[in-house]
Design a protein around this ligand. Structure first.
Ligand code: UD1
Ligand code: UDP
Length: 354
């Protein structure tokens, strides 16, 4: 079979890495990069580090408003898919690249398969929520990472083509975790001791584009009396600069880091503060306490297990959580056993069988 994957944003490169390896064993795998992320540290570094082949197409869409960016992707993806005529189109997660890929494929009557289907925050102010709902309802095959995701789909009447397969990001971490110590030198270069710092990432528009929320978060980070390592998404560094806020000497703002460096920073952090979906899961996989700077999460199981505390953007709640949050309970296996990519490859193969 010829399977086309549409990717465009940082977490999609990481999700596609284990699947690409699996798919190439049995199928032709065409990689189409929309160009949503384009800086070296937001894109190419992941292809190099994770051994993902260079995309067959880079549609070079770049940054724009939601309508313009999604529209431009739609035009260019449609042209590419019409030319390539794959047997199936794989989309990942919940970005504008995901929605554009699903919509272009569905209108060309190409089967659509959604990796990370069924997630919901039930907050329509998040662009991702709109992308997820629409993508799920356009998809023929829906690969759910968790039981909650499957239940969410069932509540919307989506039951056909749905499979719970586990989480491809867990596959990705298992593939890389053993080489992290050998390949990443970030702890040494930042002079960090394991367990002696907090790791922060934020990039949700609800935090970066709302000056009140961003000011609360930055004030909390400045007040926390511990070293803070903060690899900042370009959206975030721009917003911090615009806000004009002074950072305490304890807060180290960095450029985005590579995947292996990020895993090294995560694994050795005392605590992670984040609004990222992927980072919440990685904290759980690695057994590092996670404080989520949002009011809700799609990864409800991590919160239910007691390893993820939701605090929103309140300065008081963030500083209190940084001091007091010390989860100790079990971490049940909620994301499958690291075989999601294998299961997806197998299920995609079934499209070929009558
Ligand atoms: C996107 C996804 C989000 C995902 C995130 C992963 C949507 C709506 N959002 O958010 O779901 O969690 O990726 O990181 O699809 N920029 C650069 N260089 C780059 C990329 C972006 O400077 O390589 C800057 C631009 O100023 C751009 C801004 O970051 O306007 C936002 O980028 P965009 O791709 O629109 O959204 P993300 O915040 O990255
Ligand atoms: N990540 C990374 N470098 C960074 C920040 C994040 O490699 O500087 C990785 C992180 O380990 C995870 C993924 O990017 O695998 C998460 O992406 P992001 O937070 O951008 O998006 P989300 O998961 O929220 O959609």
């Amino acid at each position: 079979m010829k399977i086309a994957s549409i990717v465009g944003a940082r977490p999609q490169f990481i999700k596609a890495a284990p699947l690409d390896r699996e798919l190439r064993k049995h199928h032709q795998h065409l990689l189409i990069h929309t160009g949503q992320h384009y800086d070296y540290l937001m894109s190419e570094v992941f292809f190099q580090e994770l051994g993902i082949p260079k995309p067959h197409y880079n549609l070079e869409v770049g940054s724009a408003t939601h309508g313009r960016q999604t529209g431009e992707m739609l035009i260019r993806i449609e042209e590419t898919l019409a030319q390539e005529q794959p047997d199936c189109v794989l989309v990942y997660g919940d970005t504008n690249s995901t929605l554009a890929g699903a919509l272009a494929a569905a209108k060309l009557h190409l089967p659509v398969a959604h990796v990370e289907a069924g997630l919901r925050s039930y907050n329509r102010r998040m662009p991702e929520e709109i992308n997820r709902v629409l993508t799920d309802h356009l998809s023929d095959l829906l690969f759910c990472p968790t039981e909650t995701a499957r239940e969410n789909l069932a509540r919307e009447g989506v039951t056909e083509g749905v499979s719970k397969v586990g989480d491809v990001m867990y596959d990705a971490i298992l593939d890389s975790i053993e080489i992290v110590d050998r390949k990443s030198h970030i702890l040494g270069s930042l002079d960090l001791q394991a367990g002696s710092y907090l790791l922060v990432t934020i990039h949700r528009p609800g935090n970066t584009d709302d000056p009140h929320n961003l000011a609360q978060i930055m004030a909390a980070l400045n007040e926390i009396d511990e070293e803070i390592i903060f690899p900042a998404h370009p959206r975030t560094s721009q917003a911090i600069e615009q806000l004009g806020c002074q950072l305490a000497p304890t807060v180290k703002l960095l450029e985005p880091v590579s995947y292996l460096d990020m895993l090294a920073l995560e694994r050795n952090a005392r605590l992670i503060l984040t609004d990222s979906g992927g980072v919440q899961k990685e904290a759980y996989f690695l057994g590092v306490p996670c404080v989520t700077l949002r009011e809700e999460t799609e990864w409800v199981e991590t919160a239910e297990a007691g390893w993820n505390l939701l605090v929103g953007a309140s300065k008081r709640k963030i500083t209190q959580a940084a001091k007091e949050f010390r989860p100790q309970g079990e971490r049940p296996e909620i994301f499958g056993g690291g075989k999601a990519s294998q299961r997806i490859a197998h299920l995609l193969g079934s499209l070929d069988r009558p």
